[in-house]
Write a protein that binds this ligand. Structure first.
Ligand code: EPZ
Length: 422
């Protein structure tokens, strides 16, 4: 297990390029199974979660090779429809192979994904929806067995615009007979991008990016080449670092339209931001203002994946802010870590945290509970006076290709170190 050492206290100055999107890459890698051929995925981030999805592909009899940040996936042969329990337990997104294998093989055996530090993360919306598509689904001791002689399109009403459930329904529907209509679909850019890739491979989809998506089943898909969008959460993370530490930065290739909700919040608390279709320029010189009530929402609202980073930022503001976490049921674990650094945060209920800003944070030894919380602690270390060690930083590598490289590009003193550092 690796750690990250941060020497904080200096303002940032520099520029960095935003990596490809983790949350677009993962569903598209699963989706390649629907094509009996080769898919070329450009601008693919070399992160642990992608490596893990590649391992699952290999379990299924497929292959994948890298050329720089281009991933070449060959799914001509699929020799197994079984995703091992260890694979799914290691990473929740393996559940996206459920829809893809159903579409390809008309059968799949896959384990329940475990909960994680941010919540128990059930998959009832996924399973209830797929059952309606003429799929027989049995659950036995944590293993799900699905089979069908023919997937039939139908109307599906989601109780909540779940990103993963929307994606799994789309993956199941692409090669189905007939039309599938999803009502209250997730509108996240990663759903939009999955649909874009599938259309490039021959799928027929209407309404991508809206809450009503219609998929007309086709007989087969074909080879395609897709360039992944930049990662909106990575871009937001680096903007938060400038907001917390002060200074200025240029983020190249930032997906501006996808992070408007984050930009609005950062401007409101005192950052100056200039955004074009090529880059974002952000600076902060005056003391940060508090943010009255920040609620996480489904897209296009403020993203839950930026909540931990903004908790760090607001810890340094001149006043009291409240964060309401509306998406996950236990995503405030970072509060205890930030309090070790001098932050004043009260977690009033499992989804309401009240932050009283302090003049500065102090370096400490802290622990990353999940990848976004870990990134938020690196940001705290950059802003803090003194040295911070972020332990269990491997979780950060699940989603950030090289957070030390990127933050160093912005002028921060950040480096990986061994976990046994005292
Ligand atoms: C995706 O997770 C993202 N992961 C998450 O990013 C992100 O936080 C989340 O969407 C919300 O935007 C990927 O894209 C790989 P959901 P997902 O289904 O699909 C409940 C990161 O840091 N729910 O929209 O799992 C669920 O418990 C990760 O990159 C059910 O109750 O999110 C949660 O409270 C973290 N039943 C809420 O819905 C279900 O069947 C949102 O979950 C499915 C979900």
């Amino acid at each position: 297990m690796s750690s990250i050492k941060v020497i904080g206290g200096d303002r940032l100055k520099g520029e960095t390029k935003i990596q490809g999107s983790k949350n677009a890459a993962l569903p598209i890698i699963a989706a390649t199974v629907l094509n009996k051929g080769v898919t070329i995925l450009k601008n693919c981030p070399r992160i642990l979660d992608v490596f893990h999805m590649i391992n699952v592909l290999k379990e299924l009899g497929c292959s994948a090779t890298w050329e720089g940040n281009t991933l070449i996936v060959d799914t001509t042969a699929v020799t197994s429809a079984k995703v091992s329990e260890s694979s799914v337990q290691k990473m929740r997104s393996s559940i996206l192979f459920l829809g893809a294998l159903l579409g390809r093989c008309h059968e799949v055996t896959i384990a329940y994904p475990g909960g994680c530090s941010i919540g128990n993360r059930p998959i009832d919306y996924h399973l209830d929806s797929i059952r309606k598509m003429n799929v027989c689904l049995e659950e036995d001791k944590g293993i799900i067995n699905c089979f069908t002689d023919k997937i039939t399109g139908t109307d599906i009403f989601l109780k909540f615009p779940s990103v993963g459930a929307t994606q799994n329904i789309i993956l199941t529907a692409v090669l189905a007979e007939g039309i599938t209509r999803i009502y209250n679909a997730a509108r996240e850019p990663e759903v939009y991008e999955l649909c874009t890739y599938l259309e490039e491979a021959g799928a027929r989809i209407n309404g991508k990016g809206t809450s009503f998506i219609e998929i007309e089943g086709v007989n087969k898909l074909h080879d395609a080449e897709h360039t992944l969008s930049p990662d909106r959460i990575a871009a937001g993370t680096y903007m938060a670092a400038v907001a917390a530490a002060g200074g200025e930065a240029v983020l190249l290739d930032a997906p501006v339209p996808q992070i408007e909700s984050v930009i609005r919040v950062l401007i409101k608390i005192g950052c100056s931001i200039k955004a074009t279709d090529k880059y974002i320029k952000i600076s902060r010189s005056r003391r940060l203002l508090p943010y009255d009530v920040l609620r996480t929402q489904p897209y296009p609202g403020f993203p839950t994946d930026m909540q931990s980073q903004l908790m760090t930022v607001l810890s340094l503001s001149d006043g009291r802010s409240t964060i309401v976490e509306e998406i996950f049921d236990s995503r405030f674990q970072n509060a205890d870590e930030l309090k070790k650094m001098g932050a004043k945060i009260t977690v009033e209920t499992k989804n309401i945290a009240v932050i009283s800003g302090v003049m500065h944070l102090n370096g400490a030894v802290v622990k990353a509970h999940d990848l976004r919380a870990g990134a938020a602690l690196v940001i705290a270390g950059i802003a803090a006076h003194g040295e911070t060690i972020v332990r269990e930083a491997t979780s950060i590598e699940r989603g950030y290709e090289d957070i030390c490289r990127d933050m160093s590009n912005l002028g921060a003193n950040v480096q990986y170190c061994s976990d046994n550092i005292q």
